[in-house]
Unconditional design. Sequence first.
Length: 317
Amino acid sequence: MERSYNQVIANTAQMNFEKMQGLYQILVIFNLFQVSLQRKNVLLFIVDDLRPEIGVYKDSSNQFFEDIHTPNIDRLASKSFVANQAYVQQALCSPSRASFLTSRRPDTTKVYHIGVNYRIVGGNFTSLPQYFKENGYRTAGFGKVFHHGPHDYDDLSWTEPFVFPHETRTWKAINFQAERLLKDEVIATSAIDTLTKFAPDARDGVQPFMMAVGFNKPHLPFACPEEFLDLYPEDGIQLPSNQFAPIGMPDIAWSNWIELRNYEDISALGCSGEPNDTLPDDVVLKLRRAYYACVSYTDNLIGRVMDTLDKEHLMDD
């Protein structure tokens, strides 16, 4: 009798264990299902006037500067899809940004010039960050994103106040401890602070985020902390192998570099901006060096934001 009673207890315990084991398996599967359904966070970097002259695009056929320093962009590219044949709809800030941020061509957005708001001239199209916002995401924008106008605000796109700092106009390198911080520095710091604020809810699956971080450099003016100029010794900078316009080039393909010519030191040289009217060699070398330094400065800022993703355990989701 005692043996039978113990056997019943053993059988009951075995059944309870099997039930618990089955329940555990169901919970594990449910948890994995929940993780698979958890919406991904989105961090969009937009870099103004960045030529494909970064490490990942190294190509001897395009006058590539071999000594460019872009370790952080290259790190991101090493685990990303890299488009080797990506073209803008129009080679100008506002039209190209309006196009890719709404998935519409310039002949639909009606944006062909700088500082034009597509919502006014083309239609109230849903923007990329606005789409995320309308689907439950927290959205935050920093710096040069749409290039609508003087302030680049687009209230319909964001759940958070838009960050748009200002700076003085110069293309000379400045001391990093300058009283007035460069606006890309403010943009990166603001993005890092916002990432840190968003992280807990994003990790726990409470609310995902979409952030658009628009850096101004290496667009003119070529102002960056002087430490980045040190990456490019003057004797390592070379002139372009060809400084002249192609034979038979259509007039519409030429830019008369009016923005550069509006800076006092360049304006004093009296250049017309017409085809084959070139700057003095020493000025070209200084400008190329300053451009490369600004590319590396922006790369450094991107690296700082990416490091925050790692720190907050958000790089993979």
